[in-house]
Write a protein that binds this ligand. Structure first.
Ligand code: RBF
Ligand code: MG
Length: 444
């Protein structure tokens, strides 16, 4: 017998860290320093398995999970590890930036009249530092038309990890059940709630609460094998469960859950694009052009420029995709022509799944490294054949598609040409033409 359709979604419950807010970059950095300072032999290193186990949990639980995953000596107490990391982080919480697409999704649902709630494992006091006045989060919502007071009133309910109602942290269901119960008008049934989560422990909590859950992992797909196997896609049939796993908040379609659809996509060649400039979702990358992976993109007629790895550090690890952007080369000996003016460009940011095996082999490591590879769409002859060492700025203004694996190189190359057409088209759209004059390109 076919199962009955799931009831309509009347409440969307968001996790915060790793889903809406890039906390993971500084937390991973701090946790690595804390482990290094233990001075163990062999040294304790944060593994993908430890990260997967820790993410989504309350801070003390996260450190316990890390200690367990790494097999740290029992004399090392999770509470001490937490105290050391908190000392490194407390002044930095307010610098955490929203994830790409986070402000767009949250403000869209709010404006469309959908009830939204937050269920985070972070303690109240840390939540205030991350989202309160002066934080990058508050600034981003203000830019999107929700100044401080309005930004906190976005949420029908906010549940933090140390609230009394949360007897047990994620992966227990308490936080999500409390968020559903705390929504006005007598609360909501779990079956009417849709949860968005980045972490295995969080998805487990949502499923345990009897809710549907969309996962947008904050660990790169290449490391998702480290996720525990609790996350079968069993929610699609109705009832609780994980319904889908997406590479980006930009790939989430509310209409798939009968929620009000986005109306901001623009036609772009044979594709559509999601523009996000001006506004808090636009992101700015700045670095140096380095040699690529020797996959011969130039010989394929796709002369891309690789940005150095450090330029990607501000972007959370799992942020990937193909984007339209403006690319600006700094005038100087490394780039004698074509510098000093922004060019339309199409950029691939990610782990190049097409070349997964080659990437790993070339580097002699198990995990591929992320690259940011813009193809500057300048007229023939406008740019030198190579410009290694030149300064490069990317103003990333529209989302085109997720990274993918294609059946053979020809299909990939055809898609990259379609991406270029799409980028040209969307960058010429009235909504985005001003982006080439963004202050990011002013001399400094
Ligand atoms: N690599 C992938 O593995 N999957 C992709 O979906 C993908 N899309 C790309 C889109 C653009 C616009 C560009 C410039 C590159 C893309 N790449 C992708 C990276 C590609 O593998 C790399 O540029 C090769 O060196 C081209 O042959
Ligand atoms: Mg999370």
């Amino acid at each position: 017998m076919p199962s009955p359709p799931p009831p309509p979604v009347t409440l969307v419950i968001f996790d915060m860290d790793g889903l809406l807010l890039n906390v993971e970059t500084i937390v991973t950095e701090a946790a690595s320093s804390v482990l290094a300072a233990l001075d163990l032999d062999p040294p304790a290193l944060l593994t993908p398995a430890a990260l997967a186990a820790a993410r989504g949990r309350r801070p003390l639980d996260a450190w316990q999970a890390t200690a367990d995953a790494l097999g740290l000596p029992p004399a090392i107490a999770a509470a001490d590890l937490l105290a050391s990391s908190e000392a490194l982080l407390t002044a930095r919480w307010g610098t955490c930036a929203p994830m790409p697409g986070a402000v767009r999704l949250v403000t869209h649902l709010k404006r469309a009249g959908v009830d939204i709630a937050l269920a985070t494992s972070t303690p109240r006091a840390t939540f205030s530092k991350k989202t309160g006045p002066g934080s990058a989060w508050a600034a981003a919502f203000a830019e999107a038309g929700f100044p401080a007071v309005a930004a906190s009133s976005l949420w029908s309910c906010i549940v933090c990890g140390d609230d009394a109602v949360v007897k047990a942290g994620k992966p227990a269901p308490d936080a999500f059940l409390a968020a559903a119960a705390g929504c006005g008008g007598g609360g909501r049934l779990p079956g009417c709630c849709l949860v968005l989560e980045d972490a295995p422990a969080g998805a487990q909590a949502a499923v345990a609460a009897g809710m549907r859950c969309v996962m947008i992992p904050s660990l790169p797909a290449s490391e998702a094998g480290a996720y525990p196997p609790v996350l079968g896609l069993d929610g699609a049939a109705g009832g609780g469960g994980v319904t889908e796993s997406l590479p980006s908040l930009f790939a989430f379609d509310p209409a798939a859950y009968a929620l009000p659809p986005f109306t901001d996509a623009l036609p772009a060649g044979r594709m559509t694009a999601i523009p996000f400039w001006p506004g808090p979702s636009a992101f700015r990358l700045r670095g140096t052009v380095v040699r690529g992976f020797g996959r011969g993109s130039a010989s394929l007629g796709i002369p891309t420029a690789n940005l150095d790895a450090a330029a990607l550090l501000p972007l959370a690890d799992a942020v990937t995709g193909v984007y339209a952007c403006w690319a600006f080369l700094t005038p100087g000996p490394a780039c004698p022509t074509g510098a000093g003016t922004p060019w339309p460009a199409v950029a691939s940011i990610g782990y190049n799944p097409q070349f997964q095996e080659e990437n790993a082999r070339a580097r002699g490591v198990a995990q591929p490294q992320r690259s940011a590879e813009p193809w500057l769409l300048a007229p023939p002859g406008a740019l030198p054949a190579t410009f290694y060492g030149a300064g490069l700025r990317l103003l990333v203004v529209a989302y085109l598609r997720p990274e993918a694996r294609f059946e053979g190189l020809d299909a990939l190359i055809a898609q990259i040409h379609a991406d270029a057409d799409a980028a040209r088209a969307v960058l010429a759209h009235p909504a985005l033409t001003g982006a080439s004059e963004d202050e990011f390109f002013n001399d400094d």
